[in-house]
Design a protein around this ligand. Structure first.
Ligand SMILES: Cc1cc2nc3c(=O)[nH]c(=O)nc-3n(C[C@H](O)[C@H](O)[C@H](O)COP(=O)(O)OP(=O)(O)OC[C@H]3O[C@@H](n4cnc5c(N)ncnc54)[C@H](O)[C@@H]3O)c2cc1C
Length: 487
C-alpha cells in the first residue's frame, strides 16, 4: 500500500527519512517551519558578500555520508568536491600550538616528537579504534533499538568486550598517552558527543578513527552543499517540500495519528515521522500519548548549547588555520561548568572556523569569514550583555594567537547566536544545540525511542533519538526511521 507520509523538519535526519521513505515507494511531504531547508545546518548570505554555514563545519566519517549517496546510486562527487584539510586543525595551548597533519605518517612523527613511544601507542590506539568504528558504525548504530535483543548476535556478542562500552574515555586515553597536550588532542572529539570524557564510554574512540585517521574534509562551497545534495536526491525521489510550514499539532484519534495541523490547516496522513526536537514533538500530541513525562526530560543529560559569532572581516587574518581550537584553559573545568554546575564558563575553551582559508566563495576578495563557537550549558540565562563579554574575550585570544591587533575595527559583519535562538528557530529543549549526550545510560535502547509506544504510525528521528548527535548519525537515524515507518 502506498502511504501518505508527513515528515516534520528538514535537517539531516528529516531529509534522510524523506528520501528513503520515498525510495520505499510512498508519497512524502516535508514540512519545515523555517524559510530554508537544513535545520541546524542552514546557511545564510549577507548583503556584503559573506556566506555562513550556521552549524556543522567538521566533515568527518566521509564513508558514512557516502553510504547515503550510494543507496541512491549516486556519489558525493556528483554534487560537491571534498577538499582534504591539511593540517586537519590546530590546537592552541597556553604554552604552544599543535597542528594535526592529514597524513598519518606525519601524524605519527608529531606524536613521537611530543612523547617518546607515542607513535607506536598511536598505532595501537587507532587499530583498536578502527575495530570499534567498523563494528560500531556499521552494526551497532543501524539498529532501531526497540530492545536489547537486537544486539544478541554471535558477531556482536564476540565483539562486546572489545567495544569497551563499560570503561570511560578519560581513563582509556590515559592508558596510551601521558603528555597533557596529546591527551587533550585525543579527548577533543568526544566533545561532539555532548558530555565530559569521563562520562563517555571508551567505545567512542571510534570518533578519533572516523576523524583523524579518515581525515578532516571540507565540502567546497560550504557544509550546506551536503544539504543541497540530499534535498536534490529527495526531490528526484518525488519528495515534496513545504517551507514556512509550522506543524502546530499532530492529531491522534483512537491511538492512530490521523493528521497534522500546518499553519492552522489540517492535513490527513497515514504515517508521521517527526525530526523536530523530540521534546517539542511530544508537545504536539495529547498528553496521554506522549512517550515521556517532563520529569524524564529534566533528568536527561543534554549535550551543550553554544554561543556562536558569525563574523566578516574586511582584511585577511594571518596565522590562522581553517579549524582552530583554543584550548588554553582546562577542559575538565569547562565541561563541569556545562554539565554539573550549569553556568557560564569561568575559563572557556572555544573554536574558530575560518572557511575562507580554503574556499574563496564564502567571503569577498581579501576578506575573511570566521565563526567563533563556545560550548555553553543548556537552559541558562542568555542575554546580549553576557554574549558580548565572551565575544570580547574570544577576540582578544584570537588576536594573541594570530599576532594581530585591533581586530574589532576590521569587522564588517557580526551576528551572534545562542540559547534563545536555538529555542526560537528549532524549538530546541532548553536551547540545546547538539541534542542528547551519548553517555552510557543514554546509549542505544536507553535513548528516547524511535517509535511512539502507543501510536503505531508515529515515529521520531534526529539527534535526540538513536543513534545520536552529529551529521552521520542523524543521516542514519532518518534511514532507520524511514525503514521502520514503511515496513
Ligand atoms: C553549531 C553547531 C555545530 C555543529 N557542528 C557539527 C559538526 O561540525 N559535525 C557534525 O557532524 N555535527 C555537528 N553538529 C551537529 C549536527 O549539526 C546535528 O546533529 C544535526 O544537524 C541534527 O539534525 P536533525 O535533523 O536531528 O535536527 P535539525 O537540524 O534541528 O532539524 C530539525 C528541523 O525541524 C524543524 N522543526 C522544529 N519544529 C518544527 C515544527 N513544529 N514544524 C515544522 N518544522 C519544525 C526545525 O526548524 C529543523 O529544521 C553541529 C550542530 C550545531 C548546532
Amino acid at each position: 500500500m502506498i502511504k501518505k507520509i508527513a515528515i516534520i523538519g528538514s535537517g539531516f535526519s528529516g531529509l534522510s527519512a524523506a528520501a528513503y521513505s520515498s525510495k520505499n515507494g510512498h508519497e512524502v511531504h516535508v514540512f519545515e517551519k523555517n524559510s530554508s531547508l537544513g535545520g541546524r545546518a542552514r546557511q545564510f548570505k549577507t548583503d556584503n558578500g559573506y556566506v555562513f554555514d550556521m552549524g556543522p563545519s567538521w566533515y568527518w566519517m566521509p564513508d558514512i555520508i557516502e553510504d547515503f549517496f550510494k543507496d541512491f546510486n549516486k556519489k558525493t562527487s556528483d554534487y560537491y568536491e571534498l577538499i582534504p584539510l591539511n593540517p586537519q586543525f590546530e590546537m592552541v595551548f597556553s604554552d604552544g600550538n599543535m597542528a594535526l597533519p592529514q597524513d598519518y605518517s606525519e601524524m605519527r612523527n608529531l606524536f613521537e616528537s611530543v612523547e617518546k613511544g607515542a607513535a607506536k601507542k598511536l598505532d595501537e590506539f587507532m587499530h583498536d579504534a578502527q575495530y570499534k568504528y567498523e563494528v560500531g558504525m556499521k552494526d551497532f548504530v543501524t539498529k532501531p533499538c526497540h530492545s536489547w535483543f537486537e544486539f544478541v548476535s554471535p558477531k556482536i556478542a564476540k565483539s562486546a568486550l572489545k567495544l569497551d562500552l563499560l570503561s570511560n574515555f578519560h581513563r582509556f586515553v590515559r592508558k596510551y598517552f601521558s603528555d597533557p597536550k596529546l591527551i587533550m588532542l585525543m579527548e577533543f572529539p568526544v566533545i561532539f558527543l555532548g558530555a565530559a570524557p569521563k562520562d563517555i564510554p571508551a567505545l567512542y574512540s571510534l570518533m578519533n578513527y572516523g576523524g583523524y585517521k579518515l581525515g578532516t574534509w571540507y565540502p567546497n562551497g560550504g557544509f550546506y552543499k551536503v544539504i543541497e545534495a540530499m534535498s536534490e536526491i529527495a526531490k528526484e525521489q518525488g519528495v515534496q517540500f513545504h517551507l514556512n510550514s509550522n506543524v502546530d499539532e499532530i492529531k491522534i484519534i483512537k491511538g492512530k495519528a490521523n493528521s497534522i495541523v500546518v499553519n492552522g490547516t489540517e492535513i490527513e496522513f497515514d504515517t508521521i515521522i517527526a525530526s523536530s526536537d523530540y521534546h517539542h514533538t511530544e508537545n504536539l500530541i495529547q498528553k496521554e500519548y506522549k512517550n515521556y513525562s517532563e520529569e524524564y526530560w529534566e533528568k536527561k543529560t543534554f549535550a551543550p548549547s553554544c554561543l556562536i559569532y558569525y563574523l566578516g572581516f574586511k582584511e585577511k587574518i594571518p596565522n590562522l588555520k581553517h579549524h582552530t581550537l583554543f584550548f588554553e584553559n582546562d577542559l575538565d573545568l569547562h565541561t563541569s561548568e556545562i554539565y554539573e554546575h550549569k553556568k557560564w564558563p569561568t575559563k572557556p575553551l572555544f573554536y574558530a572556523c575560518c572557511p575562507s582559508k580554503t574556499d574563496e566563495n564564502v567571503a569577498p576578495e581579501n576578506c575573511e569569514n570566521i565563526f567563533l563557537l563556545m560550548p555553553v550549558a543548556t537552559g541558562i540565562e542568555d542575554n546580549e550583555e553576557t554574549r558580548e563579554k565572551y565575544f570580547l574575550e574570544m577576540i582578544q585570544r584570537l588576536e594573541k594567537h594570530t599576532k594581530s591587533s585591533d581586530l574589532l575595527s576590521k569587522i564588517e559583519y557580526k551576528k551572534s547566536y545562542c540559547i534563545n535562538d536555538f529555542k526560537k528557530d528549532y524549538n530546541a529543549y532548553e536551547g540545546n544545540a547538539y541534542g542528547l549526550a551519548n553517555t552510557l545510560n543514554q546509549t542505544a535502547v536507553l535513548k528516547p525511542s524511535l517509535r511512539n509506544k502507543k501510536v503505531k504510525n508515529l515515529f521520531y528521528t534526529g539527534q535526540l533519538t538513536v543513534p545520536g548527535p552529529g551529521v552521520p548519525p542523524s543521516i542514519i537515524s532518518g534511514k532507520i526511521a524511514a525503514n521502520e515507518a514503511t515496513k
